[in-house]
Design a protein around this ligand. Structure first.
Ligand code: CUA
Length: 175
């Protein structure tokens, strides 16, 4: 994905550079009268408008297709397990720290002081899921663990001197 975005950016930057070069090359030629030039420019502007609109709509529809949140917001099954997680400077308080593979787990995440980032990591330190821990709000994070193991909870937002020490473990066992 990252390299695709990079490639698209490069193509767009190249296109802009090309337009600059064409304009610069044509600047010394004598132009037509102002009215003709304006008519040409307006015709191009209308075409570009529709082009941008169509490309924008296509990109929006293509990418929003995978939007993950709507499906459970409207047809939410009851979670099998709710774990309350509260961020403190500098520790996590979890009301329980075990779950089973396959359970629909809902983390209800908040903070007692400043903003923290609630981030779950797998055994190869890969980020599995994350949400903000904010004072005054409860953010719900749902997932099903597919593998047993010890999952680390770390803080993903710098929150002061011992930010790095905010660590907890969720033990996930086979059902
Ligand atoms: Cu809490 Cu960083």
């Amino acid at each position: 994905m990252q390299s695709l975005v990079w490639a698209v950016s490069l193509v767009l930057m190249g296109g802009i550079a090309l337009v600059f070069l064409i304009v610069a090359a044509g600047a010394s030629r004598p132009g037509g009268d102002a009215a003709t030039i304006a008519t040409h420019a307006y015709a191009w502007r209308a075409r570009l408008f529709w082009l941008v609109l169509l490309v924008g709509a296509a990109i929006s529809i293509g990418t929003l297709w995978n939007w993950p949140f709507a499906s459970y917001a409207y047809a939410a099954p009851e979670p099998d397990l709710v774990i309350h997680a509260t961020g403190h400077q500098w520790s996590w308080k979890l009301d329980q720290s075990t779950a089973e593979v396959g359970q629909l787990v809902e983390f209800q995440v908040t903070s007692a002081d400043v903003n923290h980032g609630f981030a779950l990591y797998g055994d190869e330190k890969q980020l599995i899921a994350q949400t903000q821990a904010m004072p005054g709000y409860v953010n719900k994070l749902r997932l099903r663990f597919t593998e047993p193991g010890d999952y680390e909870v770390l803080c993903l937002e710098y929150c002061g001197l011992a930010h790095h020490a905010m660590r907890a473990v969720i033990k996930v066992t086979a059902p």
